[in-house]
Design a protein around this ligand. Structure first.
Ligand code: PLP
Length: 366
């Protein structure tokens, strides 16, 4: 049996008729940028998240870049971020000339809130809470620290569409939240897309100006030096269709996860658990294995593809040589990079496929 790590065609096929109808409707409308679909999607997504405002942008990377710009975070400023975060999180900080300050992850593979305080100094301006793999950071502790030291909280929700911390959805808790609709995300578009949600009308207004060449009007009056970062009508229309199924799609991911959690019984494999206080939308189903590379090769031999999220932590990437870190500086992030593996997890995965993956995992002997 051949099983991909992810299979977007399966998810498309679940509601293909509706996507096809919407795509033709947008084509037929004659209006392709900043129109009715984007406006309606922004309203519907803000309402789903429980935040007051939502503005579409071109990608998750742009959302992060714009968020720090709006907060006025730049040269000589520091932003706290998890040492095992995705590279885009760090780039959003450094594209604004600010400095990332890494904090090691805890046993839930995400920002250890108990290790933040020791990194706060006079330059610290914000905490970037990346809700990695589909579960929430400890937003209670993070928001308490932010209040105590007068810091901003930016949420990276690119892997957390539908995740909640206690009774609030991620993306409605911090000052600004950044979203990606890259096709593999839980709420994935059919191309690139992103958004910023916030409860602050000023921040929302600034996103709308920056994303459109610094213009408040549709065309040709430019108040500031902005950029071109817009969610297009086609993606917004298709996202509106998918948003109506998001809870259902997340439930299906939870059903697959539950089978992995209960039926994978191999002492060499430790599934990542969910932090109490958070739910999990299982953007990835991550396991730890000391013999990760052997496990990955063994699964591949048996037709099962898996992915490592992520093999090189940001502080060891060539792009960030300029930060001056070396191997050993963030030992937990480095250990995780050698141990983590994301099992096949996608909507439309059949029970035979799940059976097969579980059986192979249980027969792995190292
Ligand atoms: C995907 C992702 C991004 C970047 O989103 P793009 O839309 O691909 O630019 C940022 N942060 C995290 C945590 C992500 O998973």
């Amino acid at each position: 049996m051949e099983i991909q790590a992810n299979n977007l065609k399966r998810q498309f096929d679940l509601h293909a008729g509706e996507y096809n109808r919407k795509a033709l409707e947008v084509l037929d409308s004659g209006w392709y940028i900043l129109g009715k679909e984007v406006k309606e999607f922004e309203k519907e997504f803000a309402s789903y998240i429980g935040s007051k405002y939502c503005a579409g942008v071109a990608s998750g990377m742009d959302a992060l870049t714009i968020a720090f710009r709006i907060l006025g975070i730049g040269k000589n400023d520091e932003v706290i971020v998890c040492s095992n975060a995705y590279i885009a999180c760090v780039m959003g900080i450094t594209l604004n000339d600010a400095t990332p300050v890494f904090v090691e992850p805890d046993e839930y593979d995400n920002l250890d809130a108990d290790k933040i305080e020791e990194k706060i100094n006079a330059h610290t301006r914000a905490i970037l809470a990346v809700h990695l793999y589909g579960q929430s950071c400890d937003m209670t502790k993070i928001c308490e620290l932010a209040r105590k030291y007068n810091l901003k909280v930016v949420e990276d929700c690119a892997q957390a569409h539908g995740t909640a911390w206690k009774d609030k959805k991620c993306g409605s808790i911090g000052d600004i939240a950044c979203w990606s609709f890259y096709p593999t995300k839980n709420l994935g578009a059919f191309g690139d897309g992103g958004a910023i949600t916030t409860n602050d009308p000023e921040y929302d207004a600034q996103v709308r100006v920056i994303r459109n060449y610094g213009s408040k009007k549709l065309h040709y009056e430019n108040d500031i030096i902005g950029m071109n970062s817009r969610l297009d009508e086609m993606q917004a229309g298709l996202l509106r269709v998918k948003l109506t199924y998001l809870d259902e799609l997340n439930k299906e991911r939870n059903r697959i996860a539950k089978r992995y959690l209960t039926e994978v019984q191999n002492p060499l494999i430790r599934p990542l658990l969910t932090r109490p206080g958070s739910n999990n939308v299982y953007h990835q189903f991550v396991i730890h294995c000391a013999k990760r590379d052997q496990l990955m090769a063994y699964l591949k031999e048996n037709g099962i593809s898996t992915i490592i999220h992520y093999p090189i932590p940001p502080h060891l990437q060539k792009a960030y040589e300029c930060l001056g870190y070396q191997k050993g500086d963030f030992p937990i992030a480095e250990k995780y990079a050698n141990e983590v593996l994301s099992l096949p997890m996608y909507n439309g995965m059949t029970s035979e496929e799940i059976d097969y993956v579980i059986d192979k995992l249980n027969h792995f002997e190292g």
